[in-house]
Design a protein around this ligand. Sequence first.
Ligand code: NAD
Ligand code: TDX
Length: 378
Amino acid sequence: MFRRNILITGGAGFIGSHVVRLFVNKYPEYHIVNLDKLTYAGNLANLKDVEKCPNYTFVKADIADLDKMRDIIKEYKIDGIIHLAAESHVDRSIKDPFTFARTNVMGTLSLLQAAREYWESLPDKYNDKLFYHISTDEVYGALELTSPEGIESPFSTAASSDHHKAYGEDFFVETTKYNPHSPYSASKAASDHFVRAYHDTYGMPTIVTNCSNNYGPYQFPEKLIPLFINNIRKRKPLPVYGKGENVRDWLFVEDHARAIDTIFHKGKVADTYNIGGFNEWKNIDIIHVIIKTVDRLLGNPEGYSDELITFVTDRAGHDLRYAIDSRKLQRELGWEPSLQFEEGIEKTVKWYLDNQEWMDNITSGNYEKYYEEMYSGR
Ligand code: NAD
Ligand code: TDX
């Protein structure tokens, strides 16, 4: 009945929910199977608008359960996999590295093995199959921050901010050597290596992409942007790690989902693509943009929430600068981000302020305990 059966893992999470929504709506001829364990980060409320679509199925399962992966891939005759399920928060990985190894490494390996067994059992084997693994720029380690005040960025895309700065001369390219520093990035690096090994050893068609920091609706409020928007609303302190001088390269989540769509359909097997928008920001600068936007939208006077800024102990092993060079993806597959940062951040802040029930459902109960533990003693 369906032309393709696509398994999206981690579809109840932040980025996964945007990918599921895009695929379910854009490709009614595909059956989209969303596989998610529903950890603290998974939330089916992220997908309310697509849950009744005839081409959508949700399956609750753990990617590290090999037998279950075998059953699901066979039952739904899966021919394409977009793998996003992961433990994704650096601070949690510092407290509990084993969970990261279990899900990100063993989970990815289980999924690869289950796909391999099923695809190799078919008459046409790996023909028209694809295992697409979603990874991060953090596997490359950290770049030097050679220009603390910022220089005019040599590159730009539609996503670049008006301030258009780079904080060093170097960028991560697809051939940059892996050099992960946190348990999170080490576990993602290990999973990337396993994916490439399944191509090189068994001939599985694979693609890996490494994306910069995402922002937008439905992000779990342990991550910088939604955490700070929520804390401003609740008049809670804004915990800035160290001096707030670390640099991140921000991309609107729907632009990442569009890149995933492009690469899933047009990407070259066994290849790697970096995804980013040439949009570098120092944490402290982005924090001021968030405060200004939230205060304006809440009708507070300018500068009203500046007093919430609280400098706290730095994150252990805190990577100084990430900056992605995504020109290969633009050149080879024609992907360009669509949303400029100033528009994206406005849209994002509005979304969180308009969806306070979504936020309050998450930040009640267990989350309160996590939050207290994470920030006590900082
Ligand atoms: P997220 O934490 O919001 O969502 C992760 C999802 O995976 C959740 O729905 C969770 O329930 C599910 N999951 C976790 N463990 C699982 C398991 N064992 N079995 C099945 N499901 C499980 O994460 P995100 O920010 O949406 O990131 C998605 C992917 O993109 C991750 O692989 C992450 O490494 C990568 N990535 C994220 C960013 C970013 O800025 N958020 C940037 C680049 C790459
Ligand atoms: O309370 C905070 N205070 C603070 O100063 C938090 C939560 C973060 N920070 C800093 C740390 C980082 O320099 O803000 C920056 C962004 O932090 P996070 O939102 O935790 O993201 P980061 O650590 O950069 O990792 C993110 O991007 C790459 C995602 O969480 C990863 O899943 C992705 O791979």
